[in-house]
Ligand binder design. Structure first.
Ligand code: UD1
Ligand code: UDP
Length: 384
């Protein structure tokens, strides 16, 4: 087996978490065969959205941090492309691994494919069929700049086939002859690996937040369509506040900074009411072990996050999804996730339903066997 140099690109919170699954599998199975270089674009820079994951998940510190920070989409993405291109020319890796659908993913895809470095896309093929979402454009363009595409679900694999990718392609794989795989989801690997550790190390978070197991609702909101549209954000939070008062159940809300910024600057009165409400606890983003523990011990989950929707399923919890559509369509078809959009009526009805009963729901294994990272690395090694 040859020695290969693999360059990982991360930038946003979920990508750092995802990269930890690949890093762990490299250490376990290919430590003497793969040299890993980690590039952080700096898209996320607050300790709660970045540094905490490196410490807690024991990932080695980035070899490069481009420090691009926050900016409009074009500006942010272009700064990343410039920085990544320089690093690629210096390091000349054998391949580049990209995760998910953020601007950091897109920048990596464009920089690497134009320089003819093979791109490996993990979480390929997901589609919301809503091109108003920045992530949807990032997904499509990243997939079509990739040589190996690892689809986490059947639906994602089928989406790639509909876009012309052919499962029968034979090696050698290139940008014009790419290979698609149904691989499972590396986030399921992570949940299996970290769930027990979370109990051991961070169960104290329940006391710190004054909640009891199965007796609180976990909420996250960060999607652009909700944070930047004040009508939607107000409708969601006003409805959740009234439900917390009606059911006398605690809502724990680790909110992304962009949600807090919108609340403080554009919905100040509602923000103060939420802070004063004794059933609602707004906290800064929590660490992955804390989040894992909160997901595992919540009654159910309300979110617009992609990752949190799936983790809800991993922990056998129903999920209200604050969006019109989702890429994780199997959850909706299965009835464990419900698209409530920002519609007060839908949120109320589904909330009541899950408060009263959710025991008839089933949680099939849609996301692989928990060894997806190992599978991905084996296939990458076969390419060389
Ligand atoms: C990004 C991804 C989104 C992903 C999310 C994960 C894109 C287009 N979006 O969204 O797909 O679901 O990450 O969390 O790539 N900010 C801070 N501190 C930080 C980073 C950001 O306060 O460390 C604030 C800034 O006001 C910034 C805003 O959050 O303008 C948005 O950050 P950005 O990285 O552009 O997008 P996210 O909403 O984080
Ligand atoms: N997450 C976390 N702390 C939080 C909120 C989320 O560790 O306060 C984790 C969550 O468990 C999941 C990932 O971040 O693994 C999801 O990231 P996010 O919701 O930011 O983005 P998305 O998945 O929607 O792209």
């Amino acid at each position: 087996m040859p020695d290969i140099k693999l360059l990982n690109i991360v930038g946003a919170r979920p990508q750092i978490i995802k990269a930890s699954a690949i890093s762990r599998a490299i250490s376990n199975f290919y430590a003497d065969k793969i040299t890993e270089i980690l590039v952080h674009t700096g898209q996320h820079y607050d300790k709660e959205l970045s540094g905490v994951f490196f410490d807690e998940l024991e990932i080695h510190k980035p070899d490069y941090n481009l420090g691009v920070g926050s900016a409009r989409h074009g500006r942010q993405t272009s700064m990343m492309i410039t920085g990544i291109e320089d690093i690629l020319l210096k390091e000349r890796p054998d391949c580049v691994i990209l995760y998910g659908d953020t601007n950091s993913t897109l920048a990596g895809a464009l920089a690497a494919s134009k320089l003819h470095f093979p791109v490996i896309h993990i979480e390929a093929g997901l589609r919301s069929f809503n091109k108003n979402m920045p992530e949807e454009l990032n997904r499509i363009m990243s997939d079509h700049s990739s040589t190996l595409l690892f689809a986490p679900t059947n639906a994602a694999f089928k989406n790639l086939m509909h876009e012309g990718f052919r499962p029968e392609n034979a090696p050698p794989y290139t940008l014009d002859n790419p290979k698609i795989y149904l691989s499972g989801d590396i986030m399921y690997d992570n949940t299996l690996f970290f769930a027990q550790l979370a109990e051991k190390k961070r169960a104290a978070i329940l006391n710190e937040l004054s909640v009891k197991r199965d007796n609180f609702i976990l909420v996250t909101i960060h999607r652009e369509v909700n944070t930047d549209n004040i009508v939607r954000l107000e409708a969601i939070l006003t409805t959740l506040k009234s439900l917390s008062e009606e059911f006398l159940i605690k809502f724990i809300m680790p909110l992304h900074p962009r949600t807090i910024i919108s609340l403080k600057t554009r919905l100040e009165r509602l923000y103060n009411e939420l802070l004063a409400c004794k059933h609602i606890t707004i906290v800064p983003p929590v660490s992955f072990l804390e989040m894992t523990l909160l997901e595992k011990t919540s009654k159910f989950i309300i979110t617009d996050s992609g990752g949190v929707q799936k983790e809800s399923h991993f922990f056998r919890k129903p999920c209200l999804v604050l969006r019109k559509e989702t890429e994780w369509i199997e959850l909706v078809n299965n009835g464990t996730a419900v698209l409530v959009d920002a519609d007060p009526e839908k949120i109320r009805n589904e909330f009541r339903r899950f408060m009263n009963d959710g025991s008839d729901l089933e949680y099939p294994g849609f996301y692989g066997d928990g060894k997806t990272a190992e599978f991905i690395l084996k296939e990458i090694m076969m390419m060389f």
